[in-house]
Design a protein around this ligand. Structure first.
Ligand SMILES: Cc1cc2nc3c(=O)[nH]c(=O)nc-3n(C[C@H](O)[C@H](O)[C@H](O)COP(=O)(O)O)c2cc1C
Length: 220
């Protein structure tokens, strides 16, 4: 697959089939993704891949918490700035209306939105998920390295006919994820990523991007 096609065809998929992902495919993708650049070649990402019973256990543990109205753990980091200003606020609102609109959920239907959102912790039906941990004390440049790593994984997954959805939502229940994965204590969950085959029967919303001039400045 051409790189442009991999980039253009990647989008966050939120309805997967339960078809398993072959271990050799995951090995191939994660071996190639290790070539991701990082400042000082620190390679600060720590990746845990969950499938089978272990993933089922995690899904169930979080589903049980959600079912009793448990809103999650004390966050270890903020997902967004406390005051989300323009144009980010508008972009976030646009994302929400496209994401939930594709499911036929109205803006004010908070119950249906919450139900759809809870699918995060079911991996949107996917059979495979990876979890990206960072050492708790690493500063922003290593977070950027992890972002590059995750995008490399997502593009390589496309080249194998697979789709993905990166999910910071897992961090909302980081203690449960930690309990199932049992990483060294100095590591902190950044995000998860559901991996699998997109359900061809589902509508997967296309999220537009800002025009080039809004995010890129050429200076001659
Ligand atoms: C770091 C990160 C965290 C994300 N967390 C979530 C999440 O918790 N749940 C979700 O459904 N999508 C999540 N997304 C997907 C974004 O909403 C999505 O990338 C964005 O809206 C653009 O859409 P696209 O990926 O389809 O192009 C996340 C993406 C990134 C990069």
């Amino acid at each position: 697959m051409e790189i442009l096609e991999a980039v253009a065809s990647r989008r966050s998929i939120r309805t997967f089939t339960d078809r398993p992902v072959a271990r050799d495919v995951l090995n191939r993708v994660l071996t190639a993704a290790a070539r991701t650049p990082s400042g000082g070649n620190l390679q600060p990402w720590h990746i845990y891949v969950l499938t089978g019973d272990r993933l089922q256990e995690l899904k169930k543990r979080i589903a049980d918490r959600v079912a009793v109205g448990d809103g999650g753990d004390e966050p270890e980091f903020a997902c967004y700035p406390p005051q989300l200003g323009s144009p980010y606020r508008e972009r976030l609102a646009d994302m929400g209306s496209r994401r939930y609109g594709a499911l036929g959920i109205a803006r004010d239907d908070t119950e249906s939105r919450a139900r759809a959102r809870a699918e995060n912790w079911n991996c949107f039906g996917a059979s495979t998920a990876l979890f990206c941990y960072l050492d708790r004390d690493v500063p922003p440049p290593q977070w950027a390295d992890a972002g590059m790593y995750l995008q490399t994984v997502m593009l390589l997954l496309r080249s194998e006919g697979l789709h993905s959805c990166t999910q910071i939502a897992w961090a909302e229940y980081h203690r449960t994820v930690d309990r199932v994965i049992a990483p060294p204590v100095r590591r902190m969950l950044f995000c998860g990523m559901s991996i699998g085959f997109a359900d061809p029967a589902a509508t997967h919303p296309y999220l537009p991007r800002a025009p080039l001039a809004e995010t890129v400045t050429f200076l001659d």
